[in-house]
Design a protein around this ligand. Structure first.
Ligand SMILES: Nc1ncnc2c1ncn2[C@@H]1O[C@H](COP(=O)(O)OP(=O)(O)OP(=O)(O)O)[C@@H](O)[C@H]1O
Length: 295
């Protein structure tokens, strides 16, 4: 249970306090989950399929009701922060109907709807914000294209542009790197770092474990609840990976003649989901702390 304090919550980006979510079919997808992340951070949300990552996003967005607990965003109750358009959501590709005929610039303009009157007539500022957002994700030349004609990576960038046009201060990205090539992944990471440096809160669900320590300041391990949360340097370790992923990850150790021609006792431990291995370089157990790196 996280105890509330008004001075602390003013600097907090996102505080999830003891929340539980039960779907209508009776399945409790999250039970007494808590974590807190400050502003100006990129946080990874990791866990196996069905662990509850999307449910957590939906809970923050107010798409599913909490059966208990509370969420505060930038020091405000979630409902108020949502009303003020402070939270932007970049969905998984599968959640979007790509056959719907809509231009790229119209998708990004949707991010401005919350800032417009009921008539939704875009102002000059709205158009400027859309152009800026598209330029920022490198998609300005595609503004008159149909969204359905774009590649997976280009669509992701358009949805990121929508979040920027919305001026979201808390941005939730649901698996932004699925089906994206390495160059696009790098562009998205660079953009996320810039947004972090502007003081925004980025929460990213990802299955690319190997890249988490590269760009995520914090990590939250999810498995029906929050197993562990904190600075990546402190919590992204073998123990929590095993707790969260168990048999879903392969572990192997390279040592001895597999690794060295001489009698070097050092070893390399690899924990992998077969996409991006997480590599721990170090001495064998009992011979000093391991130095952790990713490939
Ligand atoms: N609308 C729903 N109604 C009932 N159960 C649901 C609903 N949405 C998700 N669930 C269940 O809740 C649990 C958590 O699902 P969730 O989508 O949050 O997992 P996830 O961690 O995002 O998984 P993935 O990595 O596959 O995206 C799963 O058991 C899922 O089957």
């Amino acid at each position: 249970m996280i105890m509330g304090s008004s001075s602390r919550s003013r600097v907090s980006g996102l505080v999830v306090d003891d929340i539980s979510v039960t779907y209508r079919n009776g399945l409790t997808a999250l039970k007494t989950a808590s974590f807190e992340i400050p502003k100006g951070t990129i946080t990874a949300l990791v866990g196996v399929n069905g662990a509850g990552k999307s449910t957590l996003f939906k809970a923050v967005m107010g798409f599913v009701p909490l059966s208990s607990g509370s969420i505060s965003i930038l020091g405000l109750p979630a409902r108020e922060a949502l009303r003020r358009n402070l939270v932007a959501y970049v969905p998984q590709s599968e959640e979007v109907d790509w056959n719907f005929p809509v231009l790229v610039e119209d998708v990004v303009m949707m991010g401005r709807y919350g800032h417009m009157s009921m008539l939704r007539i875009p102002s000059r500022r709205d158009h400027a914000m859309v152009a800026d957002a598209l330029a920022r994700v490198g998609m300005a030349d595609f503004r008159k294209r149909q969204i359905g004609e774009l590649s997976g990576g280009q669509r992701k960038r358009v949805f990121l542009a929508r979040a920027l046009a919305q001026e979201g201060q808390v941005i939730l990205l649901d698996e932004p790197f699925t089906g994206v090539d390495v160059t696009t992944e790098e562009q998205i990471v660079t953009l996320m770092r810039d947004l972090r440096d502007e003081g925004r809160v980025m929460l990213v669900s990802t299955h690319n474990l190997g890249s988490v320590p590269d760009y995520c300041d914090r990590t939250i391990f999810v498995k029906g609840t929050v197993l562990a949360a904190g600075r990546t340097a402190e919590v992204f370790n073998e123990e929590n990976l095993k707790l969260a992923f168990g048999g879903a990850l392969r572990h192997f150790v390279l040592a001895g003649s597999d690794l060295h021609e001489d009698a070097d006792a050092r070893q390399v431990k690899v924990i992998t989901d077969d996409e991006r291995p997480f590599v721990i370089y170090g001495a064998p157990r009992g011979q000093g702390a391991a130095d952790e790196h990713t490939s």
